[in-house]
Design a protein around this ligand. Sequence first.
Ligand SMILES: *Cc1c(COP(=O)(O)O)cnc(C)c1O
Length: 375
Amino acid sequence: MQFRDLKAQYQALRPEIDSAIQTVLDHSEFILGKPVAELEERLAAYVGRKYCVSCANGTDALQLSLMAMNIGKGDVVFTSDFTYFASAGAASLLGATVILVDIDRRTFNICPKALERAVQRVLAEGQLIPKVIIPVDLFGLPADYSNIIPIAETYGLKVLEDGAQGFGGNVNGRSACSFGDISATSFFPAKPLGCYGDGGAIFVDDHQLAERLRSLRAQGKSSADKYDNREIGINSRLDTIQAAILLPKLRAFIEYELSAVNQAAQWYTERLKNTVATPYIPDGFYSSWAQYTIMLEDDRTRDRVREALKEHGIPSMIYYPRGIHQQEAYQAMCFSDEWYPNTIQATKTVLSLPIHPYLKEEDADRICKVIIDNV
Ligand SMILES: *Cc1c(COP(=O)(O)O)cnc(C)c1O
């Protein structure tokens, strides 16, 4: 059994994907060919944003967004402590100070109350300037924007949505990657919408911001002349082949994969809800299920369940085994475990189960039986 069955998806879409790749080879426009612009248009329309600027990966999407927000030394960027490293790393790389914030213990997303306290603390210290909040749509569930955006407005901060795992989710019909000033996503193969290598995209509504991002992804070139550089940028483009692969995959994602993965999540929840803590989806929220993550009693129970699953040939993963504040790269910041009780609790109890649109009900049955027999 696969944790995320990319082969089953390829088999389902094989004729379209193969011919899309072949067409790129025949035209040989490997960089910024037609499929790139077409994909950007479709992505923007799907998430309900005016502009999409594709790039080389989700980490670059975050970094380019922060560059377009002019973030650097002396600025503070707030993000969740319980996320993939890039949510924090992209800001640190630009010289900003990252302040990590504890999560809500039920949604695993950044806790708005803890966030506001962190902003107030930075302001009271008066050394650094709070600039950006990076909420993460963890495991496919959009962050609590209705409580985060008012905090950003109160303190004059920008919001950068890390939608790397959130693509396809929504809150009362408003799509992930449409929240905040800028949204970033990733097309890493295992994300809700993945390509066959690295890929990413940025979403904005402001024309000038979109133009700046297009420049920044091409060494800061001016729009008129490729060899006239108006600022320092990076080289970060989505390959034409990846865009061509994403076009049929986006269509399948919209037509049936997103509902199929929600069906798979429902099979799990029906079978497990009386035995373990199943994912909490607040009213009005819709997840794209980048992960289906349960919580066990404690780390010993988790080890036991994981071992039993492994004996039955069922893969499972721990997302994440440590908070960002516990990463060696952030030791100099002296973050204390005591500030992150919910992250710490999550790192000891979470377990992510195989989930993808091609999971069968009998797979869910088998997986749930092993869990129920071993908790
Ligand atoms: C995957 C991921 C990223 C980075 O995306 P890449 O395409 O791997 O660079 C950033 N943030 C989160 C939350 C992610 O899960």
